[in-house]
Design a protein around this ligand. Structure first.
Ligand SMILES: Nc1nc2c(c(=O)[nH]1)N[C@H]1C(S)=C(S)[C@@H](COP(=O)(O)O)O[C@H]1N2
Ligand SMILES: [Mo]
Length: 204
């Protein structure tokens, strides 16, 4: 009887393994990662709740084929994992394990027109920022959907945060809803308020 109860407990524990597999990853490739959960938020209007059932990622502007993709359609693209440092202009940085899809794979689906040189990222709360198309074709530039093995939440930017290695934090748009390809560089929220539109990070 006790033995049976023991076996039942063991079976229960095994069933629960998938939950355990979603534990936060704390170190990766010998690198100690910054924590996923933090008690601050420096975004312009605070954490955003984006509804998954109605969510569509739009890719528009100077493209051959405008896109409107569900969360799952984006996740069906090949997955990449990168440990990256995000430096904020306020003086702090984070080193996180991001998982996401390559920006260039998404862009290839839409087929940028030859005149396109720039991509603006528009987000749920009206924040925006942009980067050169050429930069966004880089190996390590991702549309991130997991940090340290955990899906992004309302605080971390669900569904997607731009992972922009070598660029300051304000280029790492969260709660992305729309990409707009343009012929010329445009200024986003912080860029219009005097911050560099290049935003190269000095600390790496
Ligand atoms: N949509 C949106 N994305 C945003 C911001 C914002 O206010 N709104 N702030 C930016 C700034 S200034 C920084 S430093 C990073 C912070 O990202 P983190 O929450 O991953 O640390 O988000 C960037 N992305
Ligand atoms: Mo920032």
């Amino acid at each position: 009887m006790l033995k049976a109860a023991g076996l039942a407990l063991l079976a229960l524990a095994l069933v629960c393994v998938p939950a355990a597999a979603q534990d936060e990853i704390k170190t990766y490739d010998g690198v100690k990662l910054s924590p996923y959960h933090r008690d601050y938020d420096n975004s312009i209007r605070g954490p955003q709740k984006v509804a998954q059932d109605t969510y569509r990622l739009k890719v528009e502007g100077l493209v051959g084929k405008p896109l409107s993709l569900t969360y799952q359609q984006v996740l069906a693209l090949p997955t990449v994992k990168e440990v990256v440092k995000m430096p904020c202009v306020e003086g702090w940085d984070e080193i996180l394990l991001y998982q996401g899809v390559r920006l260039r794979d998404l862009l290839a689906l839409a087929g940028p027109r030859p005149e396109a040189t720039w991509v603006m990222f528009h987000t749920a709360e009206g924040y925006s920022t942009g980067l050169p198309l050429e930069y966004l074709r880089g190996d390590k530039v991702l549309l991130g959907y997991k940090i340290n093995g955990l899906s992004l939440d309302a605080n971390r930017g669900w569904p997607f945060q731009l992972v922009a290695p070598g660029k300051l934090g304000y280029k790492w748009a969260k709660w992305i809803v729309r990409l707009e390809l343009t012929a010329k560089p445009q200024e986003g929220f912080w860029e219009k308020r005097g911050y560099s539109n290049t935003a190269d990070a000095l600390r790496r």
